[in-house]
Design a protein. Structure first.
Length: 189
């Protein structure tokens, strides 16, 4: 990581070295989202910090954002980290997503590795513009992969801005942390 000098180099490193999955409390690495054992996610998943992602070479978007945060902060960038999920008022399996936006030369950049269809560095004039774009891509992805989703469900996509979580938290602790501060078009509530 010390040899990585630019966001583009970081993206290339992550693309080639970090795979999507999670590490369980049991130490096991889970990489097959379509396997029966992936169902252990809620009870087993530990959200790793950046160093642990480097060691394990595996992470969900939740973990990968912490690796990204580590590099960007070490290299003196201003970063914003966001969590989004569908607050539909019932239990569901609609996807969540976390993402990092960094600032550089009065522009905002969505840095994305985990969401493979959107992998890259995307440039925006404002933070609001970036967040709205990521939301649109999350809705697009959800509509494609969840055929039973309604228009009303799509209106329930809620974004939160969050700070670095404690290390090695479980799913419930993580969700409690990342859903503290709602983000709405430039306003934090």
């Amino acid at each position: 990581m010390n040899d990585i000098k630019t966001p583009e180099e970081l993206l290339n490193f992550m693309r080639n070295n970090i795979i999507y999955g999670f590490v369980g409390k049991n130490g096991k690495k889970y990489t097959d989202m379509f396997s029966e054992e992936w169902n252990d996610w809620y009870s087993q998943c530990i959200v790793q910090n950046g160093e642990d992602v480097l060691k394990s070479k595996i992470g969900t978007c939740w973990d990968q954002v912490e690796l990204e945060r580590q590099w960007f902060e070490k290299n003196n960038y201003t970063v914003h980290t966001f969590f989004m999920w569908f607050e539909v008022g019932r239990e569901c399996d609609l996807p969540t997503h976390t993402f990092l936006i960094y600032e550089d030369n009065n522009k905002n950049y969505w840095f994305e590795n985990a969401f493979e269809a959107q992998r890259g560095i995307h440039k925006f004039n404002t933070l609001d513009e970036a967040v709205e774009y990521v939301k649109s891509k999350q809705i697009e992805y959800t509509r494609m992969n969840h055929k039973d989703v309604s228009d009303k469900d799509m209106e329930c996509l809620t974004v939160y801005e969050y700070t670095r979580p404690k290390e090695n938290v479980n799913v419930e602790e993580y969700l409690n942390h990342v859903t503290l501060t709602k983000y709405e078009k430039g306003l934090i509530k």
